[in-house]
Write a protein that binds this ligand. Sequence first.
Ligand code: G3P
Length: 217
Amino acid sequence: MKLFVDSANLDEIAALTPLGIVDGVTTNPSLLAKVGNDPRAVLKRICDLVQGPVSAEVVATDCEGMVSEGRELAAIDPHIVVKVPFGKAGVQACHVLAAEGIRVNVTLIFSATQALLAAKVGATFVSPFIGRLDDIGTTGMDLVRQCVEIFENFQFPTEVLVASVRGPMHVIESARLGADICTCPPKAIDALFNHPLTDIGLAKFLADWAKAQQPEG
Ligand code: G3P
């Protein structure tokens, strides 16, 4: 399963890329607004850092606006994937952009029917928002299971990009269900590394080693 960073913060991304675990990045208007600066310049620098798919979201709400903004975003760097929000305008914009060879991530997916429609119009990625479904008392992972099953049934090349990830259990479940990608905020990626028994085990190895170096008697 591929791992993307869900952030527009260059320092956070730069701290993770040398580890060799980052396959791409997802941004959205909220994340880009948080870092300030010129969003296009930030997106270009993220592409240079990651050398993998970098989702950049349109803010237009009509199809024509989404398509023209999508073309502009795609021109920033070959790694840019244009993110469009699900809806009739987003589906139509995805249909147009995909036909031009521009990769599209259809975001704000909350049902399997939405994912199916996005896949039909050639989305490269669909982004089911798992944490936000959990937040309203449903089981977000059920949607991931349905998307994976439907795409397999019809051999859609569209990849399931699990978004709105809150912690390690979302990542484990995504991997078990065969999701293609999990995009995680840096804090959630840090949590994937941690286990208290690893820390305890290492402390003991080092203590035993240090003890063995002391002269006997
Ligand atoms: O890419 C955006 C998505 O992951 C949203 O996450 O935490 O705002 O629900 P969140």
